[in-house]
Design a protein around this ligand. Sequence first.
Ligand code: AMP
Length: 383
Amino acid sequence: MKIGILGGGQLGRMMALAGYPLGLRFRFLDPSPDAPAGQLGEHICASYEDAEALSRFADGIDVATYEFENVPTASAAAIRARVPLYPPPEALATAQDRLIQKNWFKTLDIATAPFADADNRRDLERAVADVGLPAIIKTRRFGYDGKGQFVLRSWHELDAAWKAVGGLSAPDGKLPLIVEGFVSFQRELSIIAARGKDGATVFYPLAENHHRGGILRLTLAPAPDSDALQGEAERMASRVFDALHYTGVLTIELFQHEGKLLANEMATRVHNSGHWSIEGAVTSQFENHIRAVCGLPLGSGALKAGGGAGVTAMVNLIGDTPEPHQALAHAGLHLHLYGKSGKAPGRKLGHMTLTEADLPALKVRLKALAALPGVELPGVATA
Ligand code: AMP
């Protein structure tokens, strides 16, 4: 069976690494000549809008999927006209626009921060008045890792906010924005879940995510003290699954606020906060995604270590990487390098995972990793 993946970044690469043991073959479409997945499978190097390349991509594959949500919906539709495409393109359309997504969460009774939409500078004032201060202003589309966002703490900052999110260069002074109430959350969590073609579902334990500079640095799974929240998170994911007749892996990023969960955003794909599952879970998010899109039975998402009693940390390598001998000198550590050539600030170049029997033991181990190049451990390593 041959799987076509739209996007050839590290997520596509890790999908292929999970799929090869199952006897599967892979083809990638990605405009970058150095796409990390291109080292592992056939790589069509072309734009996602190139009709001829999309047709070549679809030729001879059995099923298609994607590793990022900004695949143009018209391209997704063109692929779907030729071969099955999972998760469904309807999911893609919902995931691409923060406003559509939040309105849709509302219809599914999934709690979010208060929000309002704005299309121009005047609207922005009205939207901020609606949700109150502090607020966070985000572009509706194409934001990632905190880009296209501004935290507004006072009315005086409105002009600066409008400028920061790109308002000054917007055609006709129009820019689709969402304004959200700023949530003083206790912590950030994510739920990753998989649904097979037969409707069977698998849930991973909630993960606790630590960011710096808008970029994920550290994930702990399972999130400490999250048992009481797991059911609520699973219900949220189930509602999304049912509403979209979903196949594949889904991620919902969450805030824990006053003991409850608020959905921040969803990704209709495998996610950085699920990388821990490669070594930490019985079946990784990548393998379950591939199993789902191929119509194979899903595997358990339970923790592997200590009969499910351990805790796994995933540490991102951002902008720089340790030498393999440096990282692997830490007993039990697993290193993943994505095969990217250029070191650049903010670039995700790899990750490491480490499992221990309990959180105190894991924190001790993490402190020893803090000095490695590319590692930042907000909160935990210094706690
Ligand atoms: P996003 O691009 O929506 O995932 O936002 C990036 C990061 O900004 C999140 O991981 C949070 O740390 C923070 N953030 C986003 N929305 C809010 C909000 N409504 N209240 C507080 N912090 C937020």
